[in-house]
Ligand binder design. Structure first.
Ligand code: PMP
Length: 286
């Protein structure tokens, strides 16, 4: 069945939704995005995503297309019109359509392009993959230097994902100067001697909304957390590994570059954090 999507103020069947060929998002990857999960028909950590969107736009000198309240109303309308119980809402804001191609930004009063659509994912929370864990390979991180801005420049992460597929594993961990930055679309963690280790926030990684929540829950559960970069060798020698993202929550990682992590099954820390995250997120969802 066709989805109802949102484009610049209109709710349309997906077949009728269009964007100009001159759109800066299309020509220059000049746009930012957010993905918010839906559980039980409600939005998970909407406020966190709205705040990060605001920050991404500000870093690129783009205006806020609408207020947080209006954004929330569109998200809820899409959930309702598409009967989403479990899934995601994708939101993209670009610098709009200047009517031609030019490297310089168009005048500031050029209307942005705002697109939102749903992705229906029944069974998202009860993912069978989370019970077995996933496998990753490492690849060099060749992305640009402002990964804290959530731009739609996703070609390199797509290439890394294809390298993972070619190696018959699930994802790739990106490595820069010998240390893991993050996954293709997630933040990465290892657990050693009971301590959770994850890279500190900087321009090198996306400031994950799920990362922030999980670190808060870990602290509340009296777990030790160390925010620092780690190597692939450390990951291979760790007791556990996992990643976090808004759409996969907490996902155990059981193999890195062919080496089994711990017992080769999801570890107790990742398993517990996934449970807490889902429980608390459902409670707080709006
Ligand atoms: N890093 C990258 C590169 C990502 O694309 C994502 C997912 N958007 C994340 C981390 C995780 O962020 P979040 O928890 O906000 O989904």
């Amino acid at each position: 069945m066709s989805r109802t999507v949102y484009v610049n103020g209109a709710y349309l069947p997906e077949e009728e939704a269009t964007v100009s060929i001159f759109d800066r998002g299309f020509l220059m990857a000049d746009g930012v995005y957010e993905v918010t999960s839906v559980l039980d028909g409600k939005l998970v950590d909407f406020q966190g995503h709205a705040i990060r969107l605001e920050r991404s736009l500000k870093e690129l000198d783009m205006a806020q297309p609408m207020s947080t309240e209006e954004l929330l109303a569109v998200h809820r309308e899409l959930v309702s019109r598409n009967d989403i119980v479990e899934g995601m809402i994708y939101l993209q804001v670009t610098r709009g359509n200047p009517g031609d191609r030019d490297f310089a930004y168009p005048p500031a009063d050029t209307p942005p392009t705002v697109v939102m659509f749903t992705q229906n994912k029944p069974g998202l929370a009860d993912s069978p993959v989370a019970k077995t864990g996933i496998k990753v390979i490492s690849v060099e991180d060749l992305r640009w230097g402002r990964r804290d801005i959530k731009t739609v420049q996703l070609l390199y992460p797509s290439m890394a994902k294809m390298a993972a597929k070619a190696a018959k594993v699930d994802d790739a961990w990106l490595v820069e100067d010998g240390k893991v930055t993050e996954g293709t679309s997630n933040n990465t963690y290892i657990v050693k001697g009971g301590t959770i280790i994850t890279r500190e926030l900087s321009h090198d990684i996306l400031h994950g909304i799920t990362r922030a929540a999980v670190l808060r829950f870990a602290a509340e559960a009296q777990m030790q957390v160390e925010e620092r970069a780690f190597t692939i060798e450390e990951a291979q020698a760790a007791d556990e590994a996992f990643f976090t993202s808004a759409s996969a929550f907490v996902m155990p990682v059981v193999e890195v570059d062919g080496a089994q992590i711990g017992s080769g099954a999801p570890g107790p820390v990742a398993t517990r954090l996934r449970e807490i995250y889902l429980e608390e997120s459902l409670k707080a969802a709006i």
